[in-house]
Write a protein that binds this ligand. Structure first.
Ligand code: MG
Ligand code: ZN
Length: 222
């Protein structure tokens, strides 16, 4: 019981910071999206391509969450200087308090959109609200098509599902991944979820994702 109470207290304290972040962003009319996936699904590559291809239309900043290292933040810095690294030093998710500090270090007034790249983990990041307008879940075809069934919470809570690395579904590559099954499973959990099959590597399918992003930034909501 004791353990449960501590868990609850942590979540309540987190939600206070999440509300603070949400107010900060609303006041400045900035859209913020929280990107969540397993390690290696291609979040960083998706961000780099998105930032570069939309740079004349939308100014994008990134809060980069990692357990260790700033490898991903350095990769993103090639596309934008508006990047702040958070190292969680072992924790498997970002907290709203960490994001609060990071927002103060971003040139927020110069940006239209802020992505939070969460720590690679499909489980607990879905429980920690960060003050974002919406969550984006990324699933790569290399991970298998059972993920919506096995990790329902993040698929139920996300506005968008990006099915990444669809270039791997081409002839000659042995990947057991049924795109239609994933779409059906995700929609069973979340009837409103937008689903974009993409390859951040080749660019295939990315224009639909850019269209959704551009419209959401224009409307300032999802
Ligand atoms: Mg990354
Ligand atoms: Zn965690």
């Amino acid at each position: 019981m004791y353990k449960v109470d501590i868990g609850k207290k942590i979540l309540i304290a987190n939600e206070e910071y999440a509300r603070k972040n949400s107010r900060f962003l609303a006041k400045r009319k900035k859209l913020c999206l929280n990107m969540i996936s397993s390690p290696g699904s291609g979040k960083t590559t998706i961000l780099i391509r998105t930032i570069s291809e939309l740079k004349d239309k939308i100014k994008i900043g990134v809060i980069e969450g990692d357990i260790q290292t700033d490898i991903d933040a350095e990769r993103i810095r090639a596309a934008t200087s508006a990047v702040v690294q958070i190292n969680t030093n072992g924790s498997c998710h970002l907290s709203a308090a960490q994001v609060c500090g990071a927002l103060e270090n971003l040139p927020t007034d110069d940006l239209d959109l802020i992505f939070i790249e969460n720590v690679g983990n499909l489980v607990c990041p879905s429980a920690f609200e960060l003050g974002e307008a919406g969550k984006i879940v990324v699933l790569s075809v290399a991970e298998g098509d059972d993920k919506p069934a096995k990790y329902p919470s993040i698929f139920a809570k996300s506005k968008v599902l990006l099915i990444n690395k669809i270039d791997m579904l081409g002839a000659g590559v042995q990947v057991d991944f049924d795109v239609e099954k994933v779409k059906a499973d995700a929609r069973r959990l979340n009837k409103d979820i937008e689903i974009f099959p993409v390859s951040a590597k080749t660019g295939e399918g990315m224009s639909s994702w850019y269209g959704w992003l551009t419209e959401s930034v224009g409307n300032l909501r999802l």
